[in-house]
Each structure stands twice: as structure tokens, then as C-alpha cells.
Write a protein that binds this ligand. Sequence first.
Ligand SMILES: O=c1[nH]c(=O)c2[nH]c(=O)[nH]c2[nH]1
Length: 299
Amino acid sequence: MSSNGYVLGHSQYGKAETHVVRVYRDDPEAPHDIVDYNVSVALSGDFADTHLTGDNAKVLTTDATKNTVYGFTKEHGEEARTPEGLALALANHFVDTVEHVHSARITVEAFGWRRSHDHPHAFVKAGDYVRTVSVRRSAEGVSVVSGVKNLTVLKTTDSEFHGFFQDRFTSLKPTDDRIMATAVRAQWAHEGTDVDWDASFAAVLDAMTGAFASSYSYALQQTVWEMGQAVLDAAPSVLDVRFSCPNVHHFVIDLSPYGIENNREVHHADDRPYGLIEATVKRSEDVDTTAAYDPGQAW
Ligand SMILES: O=c1[nH]c(=O)c2[nH]c(=O)[nH]c2[nH]1
């Protein structure tokens, strides 16, 4: 495994971002359904040879992993109605049927489509968030992490920010009334797989957005904590929830040079830089879901 004393560390490979759309049209009388997934496969295992010598004898091609995604989306149609179901089927397949694969990570972005005008086969893309899933299967078992990204929420009041630490670079003015907005990226790890994935996702989303709306905020950090607690209250299978929330700053524009009063009505929505508030809320101190979350290769 080593040459010149160098050592091959963790490696993984597979086809990233296979974009698959499945139509459910089995019953000619019934309205069609669709799912729309961007599926990434990452396999780890006995693959040192291909890195060290170029011997590909054990390499299941990334092309085959892509074809498996398409094939499974058809053959495992009922499981594929949820992104968790498809990801579990794929992860189990790669580990159970390819002996060189010791662990598989399947990540899915699920794009929503809403039925258009109650039409049986016309849809409008739902752009308000992307649902995400990361499933890891290894010899130790299987873990499922559900998530959401780009869930953009905003409230026009009930948000203050003051009393913060001062140093010589602190120039921010305290405020007792501001817009608070964020594009929530959250991931939550489940205990087990006996979960109604759609119902659980809906409960988590409702809890998060409800807590954002109803909690009075003295910092986005506090609101994240409120949202996390609401998620754990609403979804019994969730062990912990990890947030990464950009603080989308809204600055009140000074209109006085034009002789116009601005009573915190007109703002500049700044896209960058942004504060980034990240926190994990755990069901208890001894919850450790480290292996469930995708560390990626870039960290
Ligand atoms: O909710 C906030 N938290 C901060 O840590 C922070 N820092 C900042 O400049 N504005 C804000 N707002």
C-alpha cells in the first residue's frame, strides 16, 4: 500500500449526480406521479490496486453504478417513491452484491413537483427547497440522514440583536427590530429505518418553519436552537439535527439624502458576505452520529 513511504488514505468513488426522473403510470385510469432525483454513489473498500498499480480487476465501473441507479429506479419503484427508500435499496445492493465494496454512501437531492391545476399528468416544479438524503451502509449497519437545503425563511420583526461583545473592530449598531432571514441547510440522523419517510420529512419541515416563525429572537443562534428542539419534539426517530444557516443580512437603506423617511421599510438584501451560524441539536449527550454524516473528501 505504500511507495516512497507514502500511504493511500481514505478513498471512495462512484458516479456523481445521476439525474433521474421516474414516472408512475402503471394504472391507465390513475393520475401520473413523478419523482425527480439527483443521485450520487460513493463506494469504498478493497480498491487500493486501481490507485497504486492501475489494476482495475475489482473496480465496479462508475458507469455501472449509474446504470444501477436507473435500473433500481424502475425495479424498486415503490421504494423509490421516497429518496430514502431508493438510497437504502442502492446502498444495500452495492455492499451485498459486490464483494470488494465494504461501504456505500448514496446521496440524493430530491426536487419537488406539484400537480398543476389538479391535472393528471402536468406538474409545476416546486422551487422552495431541495430535500436531501445521505445513506451509509457498511458491515456495521446502515444509517439514514435526511435533510433540506435552500429552505429560505424570513420574518419582518420579532428579531433583535444587541448586547454583543465589543472590540476595536466592532462597529455594528445594536438593533431591537430587524428582518431575520436565512436559507436553512439542515440534516438530521434517524435511529433505524422503520420510518415513514415522507411523514417524518413533513413533520420536520413544519417544526422548523413553525419555530422560526413563532420564536422571538435575540440572535439567529437562538432561533437555530429553537428550531432544533422543535424538530426533535416533532420527529421521534430523529437523533440529532445539524444546521448550517446563513444570516441573510437586510440593511436598512438611508433615504434621508433624498428627503425620504425610511421607517425600516426599504432594505438592501445583501448576498455576501453572510454570517454563517452552524449548530447541532442532539436528543441527549450520548448521541454520536458521526459515522452517519457524509464527511465528503474535501474536509
Ligand atoms: O443573529 C446574529 N448573530 C450573530 O452572531 C451576528 N453577528 C452579526 O454581525 N449579526 C449577527 N446576527
